[in-house]
Design a protein around this ligand. Structure first.
Ligand code: ADP
Ligand code: GN1
Ligand code: MG
Length: 371
């Protein structure tokens, strides 16, 4: 799509001024994110225009409703807690001239217009302990402020999103069908998935435990939190499409997955992929600074296992997509999903090796609340 296409869509929204530019933005794998600049009364105004990926989200309207419900609740909590700079801490959804929070184009594409968080940045990998601390604190606060939202009114935007058992069943099916004839070329990766299949047992055992259902983010990637340009304070949690009922272990797990490795999720050299324990500690400290009073004993005890589950799930998802012919994740080159899967399996190796130390860190910060 070019600027003229975006302009047509933007004309539907009820915002003042003239369009200066509209350009693809960010490094997300799913939706189309566009940075939009307007000029109004000599001021530059920025927005984020997003097209919801309807291959991934079968009912885009559920996302719009959830986003509205969650941001409204969150804004209320920010006000109740006398927080400053509220418009940089929660996304605002803009209406169309018809009074709706989305626009459907002639191809059936769903578009939303959101506030742009100014003077803030995202990273694809954590560079400093402070970033890990701040970003985890932001995800913790997000969790904390949503503890009293009405779960029954939040939709499940993707069914069985973090159901490892079902993800593996889908993987087995894909290996069986082998539509692109790729399986014969990846024996090592297939073996590695088998080596870690025991993680599914841990997942199934967890399901029998008393882990409470909450409203969780479900995609707590490091690049889904905006950090303040000057202080790196975790300002605003974004990418709210997967906010839905879930367990907190998945959110902690996805933080471990995307915060702790010094390398990108698609780094080819697996020697560069491992858990940085100092970053893990900073992250855990930041997270507990917000959630220490809300997590249960069962949750605390299983956070690291949650990380194993999420990283394994991610490896399974990337490899399934490679076998299926790259239909889900955006790719930049032929074997991109294979590289991502191998990368995640290397990270899983590292989590397995560091498991006891990671447990000790979690224990340290979860116990601190009783001191
Ligand atoms: P995706 O679903 O494709 O991951 P995101 O909503 O996460 O899309 O957006 C991709 C990137 O665009 C983010 O990592 C961030 O850098 C930038 N971005 C998204 N929303 C905003 C916003 N409201 N303000 C500023 N930057 C944003
Ligand atoms: C996708 O949208 P993005 O890039 O933040 C995916 C996550 C994966 C992640 C892997 C809806 O997240 O589940 O963990 O890629 N989102 C969806 O990088 O499937
Ligand atoms: Mg994102």
């Amino acid at each position: 799509m070019n600027q003229t296409d975006y302009e047509k869509i933007l004309r539907e929204f009820d915002i003042p001024g003239n369009l200066i530019s509209a350009k693809p933005y960010g490094s997300g794998h799913i939706n189309d994110t566009v940075l939009v600049e307007y000029v109004y009364e000599n001021k530059n105004l920025k927005y984020i225009l997003r097209r919801i990926n309807d291959y991934v989200f079968h009912e885009p309207l559920l996302i719009v409703e959830n986003t509205l419900r969650v941001t409204t609740h969150y804004r209320k909590k920010l006000i109740e807690n006398n927080e400053k700079d509220i418009n940089r801490k929660v996304l605002t959804l803009y209406k169309t001239k018809n009074g709706q929070y989305y626009f459907v184009d002639s191809n059936g594409g769903y578009w939303c217009l959101l506030s742009f968080i100014p003077n803030a940045y995202t990273v694809d990998k954590v560079e400093t302990e402070n970033q890990a601390y701040q970003a985890a604190k932001a995800f913790g606060k997000f969790q904390k402020y949503l503890t009293d939202i009405d779960i029954s009114r939040c939709h499940e935007t993707i069914k069985n999103f973090h159901d490892l058992d079902k993800r593996l069943a889908k993987y087995d099916e894909s290996v069986g069908k082998d539509v692109k004839n790729r399986v014969q070329n990846i024996p090592d990766e297939i073996n590695k998935i088998e080596k870690f299949r025991y993680v599914t047992e841990e997942y199934l055992q967890l399901r029998d435990k008393n882990i409470p259902l909450r409203i969780t983010h479900n995609d707590t990637k490091i690049n889904n939190v905006m950090l303040d340009e000057k202080t790196s304070e975790g300002l605003c949690v974004i990418d709210l499409d997967t906010v839905m009922p879930g367990i907190i272990l998945n959110d902690f797990g996805d933080m471990v997955r995307t915060f702790t490795s010094p390398a990108d999720e698609d780094e080819k050299n697996t020697e560069k992929v491992f858990v940085r324990m100092n970053i893990f500690e900073a992250m855990t400290r930041g997270y507990f600074s917000e959630v220490k009073n809300i997590l249960t004993e069962d949750e605390n005890n299983n956070l690291v296992t949650g990380a194993k589950i999420i990283v394994y799930e991610q490896a399974v998802r990337f490899l399934t997509d490679f076998i299926d012919g790259d239909v889900y994740y955006k790719i930049k080159y032929d074997k991109h999903n294979l590289v991502r899967a191998v990368n995640q399996l290397a990270l899983l190796d590292s989590i397995e090796k560091n498991y006891m130390q990671m447990q000790a860190v979690v224990e340290k910060y979860s116990k601190q609340r009783n001191d």
